[in-house]
Design a protein around this ligand. Structure first.
Ligand code: WTA
Length: 631
């Protein structure tokens, strides 16, 4: 299943387009199924209705764990690197991981979980997080992992949307020199979550927490009551595997649904190929399991291929900006997969943190989550890869389940700031505003995909119509990604960023409407408009224009209040970088905010604001421009 030459890539690509069912049927043979499929694919993009490997039965954990036991049981599956480098790292072999997953699966059952139940996971980056995820999959429960940076309200909304029955959390998390009281946050969230019956709590930072009688149990206590035998639940290929909430252009995040069979095949296939993973190598993805990158490329992709996956609890700059390089040296990392925002941040510390670090084990580098600028690309290439490690700039989304457009390490060419070529099975098209396909090279447009792939989302939880409207209605018979894209003279793809109202802040997806809703919850705020602007480290920063007529006291204090409100409503990741108080917003006569103008002002480029004559009150633009200059 591994592509080893450019010629083979071309052949596989051709075959995958001419005969997708045969192509994916063959790829799927590399996985373990309890029962084969009777049909590889049935689909239509109108409803949408997408089924891969229909009739097949499997359990993804048998592919990620059981099937490796005989030959590779003593091979490290997970190497855990704690936040504090003084603490010991932990290695779990496939045997150990299998045993712990089975034990925890039995704990889930003991606490009433069964196939189909939704389970919310809110945990630090510790091995138990991967164990919890896999244990859900083992018993056929649907996990919904929520990133540790989200607030109680965000958690409650997500728990209620999918009616979770159980929550798995920890007393707290370490993040650099900070401690985050996860259980406290969960306690606040659960006040408004009537469907949750049980909460399993892992001891991690040993901070005191309150345990609610009848609802809360300790992970450590529960372990004493179970054994390590847990037969995997037989799942249909199209049974739900997980829900992952992500932001869109409306205020409410949606639960992207992935299913067992197709997701497994796609995550495994893309992992093996894009990173050109070789047996015995150590692979380190710096993402958090709270995001799709962690799901597909820390847990399911690598483990399905019997790889060794490093799971890092901390942050790149703690205790110093050498941390990533220390980890590379310590664990002899061969592949490093990280985000442009981390690269830019580390780059800003200069060469000092790299001194005397042995990075010679690095063979492949990867980037994900946002466009990587050329400067960061070259720094990564020269300083970290020493010009010898191909950089795979991987473009994909929560909705795509796995990497879509990317170089294949050591096989296909790389090009700074380009995601380059589509992987086999992926048929990208560029369309203009009217939905007409733009053919040829040296063109740009909105990026769509015209044929299904196994890892694609099947629905948005509890609201299929929303899935249809968001992804399949903008252009007929196409999946719309929300990204703008350039295809250069050589046919290489370069993603230029979102064309909808979604921001990408440090690689985190945040909807402008979500941030506006949060700001508007502040008592003094009448209205707000949020746009993105270029930010040196974060890629995009959040700029909020806020109408706050009766401000008492200093503006700085009101800003602080607003930031706190956003932190409470969404989480610290959505805090605006800049807040500008204004007396009005540029609106059309029909009341629509003209974001185009606000974006220009936020970027500091007011030379050409375009036509403002259609505005209700053109004078407001002058006023905002003046105020912005003083900010
Ligand atoms: C952006 C993350 C440019 C893009 C896996 C996409 C990228 C959104 C790249 C999805 C890349 C992701 N180059 N842009 N290599 N990778 N993006 O759902 O705008 O968190 O639509 O998935 O990130 O973000 P998500």
């Amino acid at each position: 299943m591994q592509i080893t030459s450019f010629k083979q890539y071309e052949e596989d690509y051709k075959k995958s387009i001419e005969n997708p069912e045969q192509f994916w049927g063959e790829v799927a043979q590399n996985f373990q199924w309890r029962k084969p499929w009777f049909k590889v694919l049935s689909w239509n993009f109108n409803e949408p209705n997408i089924k891969w490997f229909e009739g097949a039965k499997l359990n993804i954990t048998e592919n990620c764990l059981d099937r490796h036991l005989e030959k590779n049981g003593d091979k490290p599956a997970i190497i855990w690197e704690p936040n504090n480098p003084e603490e010991e790292s932990v290695t779990l072999t496939y045997k150990m991981l299998h045993e712990r997953v089975c034990r925890f699966a039995n704990i889930l059952k003991r606490n009433g979980a069964k196939k189909g139940d939704r389970i919310c996971i809110y945990m630090p980056m510790v091995p138990e997080l991967a164990i919890a995820v896999l244990a859900c999959a083992r018993i056929g429960a649907v996990h919904s992992v929520i990133f540790g940076g989200f607030s109680a309200k965000s958690i409650a909304d997500r728990i209620n949307d999918s009616r979770c029955k159980l929550v798995i959390t920890a007393d707290g998390a370490y993040r650099g020199n900070k401690q985050i009281p996860l259980k406290d946050v969960i306690d606040d969230a659960l006040i408004g979550c009537p469907t949750v019956e049980k909460c399993i709590v892992l001891t991690h930072i040993r901070t005191p927490v309150s345990m609610l009688k009848g609802r809360d149990v300790w992970w450590e206590d529960e372990v004493k009551h179970v054994n390590d035998i847990c037969e995997a639940e037989e799942m249909d290929a199209e049974d739900m595997l997980f829900i992952l909430y992500t932001s869109g252009s409306t205020g409410k995040p949606k639960g992207v649904v992935h299913t067992c069979g197709g997701y497994m095949v796609y995550a495994g296939y893309t992992f093996s190929n894009v990173f050109n993973y070789q047996p015995g190598e150590v692979y380190f993805c710096t993402a958090d399991i709270g995001w799709i990158t962690g799901h597909s490329y820390i847990v399911y992709g690598p483990l399905s291929q019997g790889a060794t996956s490093v799971l890092f609890e901390g942050i790149p700059t703690y205790p110093s900006p050498s941390r990533f390089w220390d980890i590379v040296e310590k664990h002899k990392v061969n592949t490093l997969y990280t985000a442009p925002t981390a690269i830019r941040s580390l780059m800003s510390f200069g060469d000092e943190p790299l001194k005397e670090k042995d990075l010679s084990t690095i063979r492949v580098l990867g980037s994900v989550g946002e466009p990587i600028n050329e400067e960061a690309w070259h720094w990564f290439d020269e300083k970290i890869g020493h010009g010898k490690a191909p950089i795979v700039d991987t473009w994909w989304q929560t909705e795509t389940g796995g990497i879509m457009i990317s170089p294949i390490a050591t096989v296909t060419p790389t090009k700074p700031s380009y995601a380059t070529l589509p992987l086999p099975g992926i048929q990208p098209v560029l369309v203009d505003e009217n939905g007409n396909e733009i053919e040829g090279n040296g063109v740009s447009g909105n990026l769509c995909i015209k044929f299904p792939w196994p890892g694609m989302l099947r629905t948005t939880y509890g609201d299929h119509e929303r899935c249809k409207q968001t992804y399949f209605s903008a252009y007929e018979n196409l999946y719309f990604t929300g990204d703008g894209c350039l295809r250069d003279e050589d046919g290489y793809y370069r993603i230029t960023g979102r064309v909808d109202d979604v921001l990408n802040v440090s690689g985190h997806r945040i909807g402008t409407a979500e941030v506006e809703n949060a700001i508007n919850m502040h008592a003094g705020v009448v209205e707000s408009a949020v746009v993105g602007y270029p930010h040196d480290v974060k890629g995009q920063g959040i700029y909020a224009f806020v109408i706050y007529p009766e401000m008492h006291g200093e503006a700085e204090l009101s800003k602080k209040d607003i930031l706190q409100t956003v932190t409470r409503v969404i989480g610290a990741i959505a805090k605006p970088d800049k807040i500008l108080f204004v007396s009005g917003l540029p609106k059309t006569r029909s009341g629509k905010i003209m974001r185009r103008i606000l974006r220009k002002i936020a970027e500091g480029d007011t030379s050409n604001l375009g036509d403002t004559s259609t505005l209700l009150d053109p004078a407001v633009v002058e006023e905002i421009m003046d105020a912005a200059q003083k900010l």
